[in-house]
Design a protein around this ligand. Structure first.
Ligand SMILES: [Zn+2]
Length: 306
C-alpha cells in the first residue's frame, strides 16, 4: 500500500470498534490543542499575498505532516489563514507536493483533495528520499518515571538494521514494568511465550505489544515476559502494558523499542514494521539515545511532549 494512497476511513475497517474511541480521543485532543494554542489553525494571523501557484514544482516531491501535537494540519483553499479550511490532515499524513512554496505555504494533494498547507508543519522530502524531520515523533521513555535504564544498543547498529534501523535496546531486569510511550489502541499483542535464545531463529518466540495511534504510526515493545493489555484496548501514555523479559531472539534481559509505520500508515499487519526516525523527549529536548547512555524516564499519563 503506498504511503500516500490509503483511503479515508480505512482504519475503522481494519482496526475494530475501539478504533472509533481513539478517533474520538483525537477529536478531544484537537479541541484541547486549539485551546492550548498549538497547531496552525490557532497561530497568529499573518498577511500573505496571493501566490504564483506552481512555482518550483518537483515531480514526485512529498511531505509529511509533523509536530502538530495531535491537532493535525489544515488544508486550506489558498496560501494563508484567510482561506477556508477544506479538511484537517492528521499527524503523520503523507501528501503529494504539487507546487510552492509561497511564503512557506505548500500546494499539496491529500487523499485526492488539493489545497494549501503551512510549511512549519510539513516535512518536505524529495523523490527517492525518506522523511527525515523527527519533531513529530517525540516520545517519552517506556519505563517508570524517575527511574534510570541503560541503552544496550542504539539505532542503526548491530541487529538494528533494515526495518529495525530506528530501534533501541534498554537493559532491564525481567519483570520491570513497561509503559506505553504514547496514547493509542493495542493493535497486536502476544504474551504466551517463555522461549528465548541468542539466535535469530527465535525471532517469532518473542512476546510483544504494538500500540497504534489514530494517525497509523505505532510503537513496538519486544521480548516481554508477560503482557497486561488485550488487543483493541485503548491506552494512555504511561499506562503499563506488560513486564519486560527476554523472550524471542534475545541474548539477555532487555526491552527492544521502536516507532514504526502501522497498516494505516503504509505498513503491514505483522507485529514488526518499517521503523521510522523518532526521538525521546524526557530531557526536555529531542534526543537520540546511544549505547551506554543512562536515561531517566519522565513518562506518565500527565506528561506532555510537543
Ligand atoms: Zn533490539
Amino acid at each position: 500500500m503506498p504511503l500516500h494512497g490509503r483511503a479515508r476511513g480505512d482504519g475503522a475497517g481494519t482496526s475494530g470498534a475501539r478504533y472509533g474511541d481513539v478517533k474520538r480521543l483525537s477529536k478531544l485532543l484537537f479541541v484541547a490543542g486549539l485551546a492550548a494554542g498549538c497547531g496552525e489553525m490557532n497561530a497568529a494571523t499573518d498577511d500573505v499575498p496571493m501566490p504564483d501557484a506552481g512555482t518550483d514544482v518537483v515531480e514526485g516531491r512529498k511531505g509529511r505532516v509533523i509536530n502538530t501535537a495531535g491537532v493535525g494540519l489544515s488544508l486550506r483553499e489558498g496560501p494563508s489563514r484567510d482561506h477556508a479550511v477544506k479538511l484537517v490532515m492528521p499527524e503523520g499524513a503523507i501528501v503529494d507536493v504539487i507546487g510552492g512554496p509561497t511564503d512557506n505555504w505548500w500546494n499539496v494533494t491529500y487523499e485526492g483533495t488539493s489545497g494549501w498547507a503551512f510549511g512549519d508543519y510539513l516535512d518536505i522530502y524529495e523523490p527517492g528520499e525518506e522523511p527525515t524531520r523527527t519533531a513529530g515523533f517525540n516520545r517519552l521513555l517506556p519505563w517508570q518515571p524517575g527511574t534510570s535504564r541503560r541503552v544496550t544498543q542504539g539505532h542503526n547498529t548491530g541487529s538494528h538494521t533494515s526495518y529495525n534501523a530506528w530501534a533501541w535496546d534498554f537493559g532491564m531486569p525481567i519483570g520491570t514494568p513497561v509503559l506505553a510511550t504514547h496514547a493509542g489502541y493495542i493493535r497486536a499483542a502476544k504474551g504466551d511465550s517463555q522461549v528465548s535464545g541468542c539466535d535469530p531463529a527465535y525471532v517469532n518466540d518473542a512476546n510483544y505489544v504494538v500500540v497504534t495511534r489514530s494517525d497509523g504510526f505505532e510503537s513496538l515493545y519486544v521480548h516481554l515476559d508477560s503482557v497486561s493489555v488485550a488487543v483493541n484496548a485503548v491506552v494512555k501514555r504511561g499506562d503499563q502494558i506488560g513486564l519486560s523479559g527476554q523472550t524471542g531472539y534475545s541474548c539477555g534481559a532487555h526491552l527492544h523499542y521502536q516507532v514504526q509505520a502501522g497498516p494505516d500508515a503504509g505498513g503491514t499487519t505483522f507485529f514488526a514494521n518499517q521503523s521510522i526516525p523518532s526521538t525521546f523527549f524526557d530531557s526536555g529536548a529531542p534526543y537520540d539515545p546511544v549505547l551506554g547512555d543512562n536515561l531517566v524516564s519522565q513518562n506518565s499519563p500527565t506528561s506532555t511532549v510537543p
